[in-house]
Design a protein around this ligand. Structure first.
Ligand code: BES
Ligand code: MN
Ligand code: ZN
Length: 503
């Protein structure tokens, strides 16, 4: 979908549909909605009066104009309660309105900048949220469908601003929103892709394409190099699979004058069968998305390659399958990670922390700081927080707080869980330095405590996206399936870091 800013009057546009809005509880709409209402002889306020339009968040009402004004249709989208209005609600309302238009078969539509008038929201931010919500909300994974059941795509959305001198702000918002949403959608495509189409090799190829397109630096470590580096934990997980593992290192250099490099580490298990500690077959197919953390890291670098902020960022994605076979890792095996620590494998299904252990050691070797890792790490995190927010853990409270705030702003909420010393007890092994499962209780926390042993004193945040990477049913602008969480938050974080450095 193309999104363009134009100046003019929404009510006078000869177009298939226009989108206006309504806060809950408003009886006589003002602004553009009021203008449309007047031009149509009070039909909107009449419907509000009769209780047919309530203004609830995401509610859509369709009016045909029958030639009384140039636009053929008017869609009134609800913004919910005025007191609870924010940018995320602009994203949600937009997704709802645009999905509705797509279902009608509308190809061209125009919208007002939600919230930019009475809502008190900045024009640029409103335009950005509309672009984000629209492009995220219209996302569908149809790559493997040979017949498309939908009536076609919404091709063009015009954002209408009365004041021509304000168009540059609107355009800037559209640009940023598009980059963020397209990066998240790129991650969603990788996550939704089945494991036979997205092997570790294919994931490395996707990184190669990004490197070429955005002039990023790329290195892919092969098994031999991993052996040389002593990545015994990653190699242990990979040894059961026919697919060769890949350790992807993708870097964006936007500040050559600085040696500081932000590190992003993403779990890249392209399929998690559980290995010899095999998972139940029901729902196992979902484990094609166990590389969502890695996908988020690659997608973040894609967005940075487009936005070109003054900062250096290196993404690390250890990519492998976790499969059972005659060569597979066994429960009871002991592995040695890159930093020399030995690990007793209690469950081959706790493979994410094994591959991340070596990746975090490698991040330290490169001197990356701070380091943020993203992983579909534990079912326990899904149990604790559901699919509403991701788990946040770390050794730097300022960093956690900043990410939580950005996550809230971007509609990718994070919630902190503690790393109290006492939990470490559960990871103690009788035969090695540490074991890879601390048992059932506090499973998301003991997994994070395990990672902490490998990042040591580097400022670090771990995001467990096991519950949020994939939705069982549509919610707001997230369609069913991959969400692209937390790509937009990571990009915003990198932009904020770049900005903080310059002042
Ligand atoms: N990839 C899974 C975690 C997961 C579960 C992600 C559900 C998304 C949805 C991870 O590798 C795993 O299997 N974790 C185990 C750890 C346990 C064996 C200590 C788990 O959570 O059951
Ligand atoms: Mn597993
Ligand atoms: Zn896993």
């Amino acid at each position: 979908m193309e999104i363009k800013a134009i100046s003019g009057n929404l009510v006078e546009l000869p177009i298939e549909a226009i989108v206006v809005n309504l806060f809950e509880g408003v009886k006589t709409p003002g602004g553009a909605t009021g203008a449309v209402d007047q031009a149509l002889g009070g039909v909107i306020s009449g419907l509000i009066e009769r209780g047919e339009i309530k203004g609830k968040l995401g509610e859509v009402s369709l009016l045909h104009t029958l030639g009384r004004i140039p636009p053929e249709r008017v869609v009134v989208v609800g913004l919910g309660q005025r007191e609870r209005f924010n940018l995320d609600r602009v994203r949600q309302a937009t997704a709802s309105a645009l999905r509705f238009l797509r279902k009608l078969g509308v190809k061209r539509a125009a919208s007002i900048l939600h919230g930019a008038g009475a809502g008190g929201i900045d024009r640029q931010l409103s335009a950005q949220a509309i672009a984000e919500g629209g492009l995220l909300g219209l996302y569908a994974f149809k790559k493997h469908k040979t017949v498309d059941p939908e009536p076609g795509e919404l091709e063009e959305l015009l954002l209408v601003e009365r004041d021509e001198s304000r168009l540059p702000e609107v355009n800037e918002g559209i640009r940023l929103g598009r980059v963020l949403a397209e990066a998240a959608n790129f991650a969603r495509d990788l996550v939704n892709e089945p494991a036979n189409a997205l092997t570790p090799t294919k994931m490395a190829e996707a990184a190669t394409e990004l490197a070429e397109k955005y002039e990023l630096e790329l290195e892919v470590l092969e098994r031999e190099k991993m052996e040389e580096l002593g990545m015994g934990a990653l190699l242990g997980v990979a040894q059961g699979s026919q697919q060769p593992p890949k350790f992807i290192i993708l870097s964006y250099r936007g500040d050559r004058g600085s040696r500081d490099v932000l590190g992003l580490v993403g779990k890249g298990i392209t399929f998690d069968s559980g290995g010899i500690s095999i998972k139940p077959s029901e729902g196992m197919g979902e484990m094609k998305g166990d590389m969502a953390g890695g996908a988020a890291v690659l997608a973040t670098l894609k967005a940075l390659g487009e936005l070109k902020p003054r900062i250096n960022v290196t993404g690390l994605v250890p990519a492998t399958e976790n499969m059972p076979s005659g060569t597979a890792l066994r429960p009871g095996d002991i592995l040695k990670a890159m930093n020399g620590k030995t690990i007793e494998v209690v469950s081959t299904d706790a493979e994410g922390r094994l591959i991340l252990a070596d990746a975090l050691c490698y991040a330290r070797r490169l001197g990356l700081s701070p380091v943020i890792d993203v992983a579909t790490l534990t079912g326990a995190c899904h149990v604790a927080l559901g699919d509403v927010c991701s788990g946040a853990f770390g050794n730097d409270q300022g960093l956690i707080a900043q990410l939580m705030e950005l996550g809230e702003e971007m509609g990718e909420r994070l919630w902190q869980l503690p790393l109290y010393e006492e939990y470490k007890e559960q990871n103690k092994s009788e035969v090695a330095d540490i074991k890879n499962s601390g048992g059932r209780w506090g499973g998301a926390i003991t997994a994070a405590q395990f990672l902490a042993e490998f990042i040591e004193d580097t400022p670090w945040v771990h995001l467990d996206i096991a519950g949020t990477a994939f939705l069982e049913k549509e919610r707001g602008y997230f369609s069913k399936g991959a969400t692209g969480i937390p790509v937009r938050t990571l990009v915003k974080f990198a932009l904020a870091l770049a900005k903080a450095k310059q002042s």
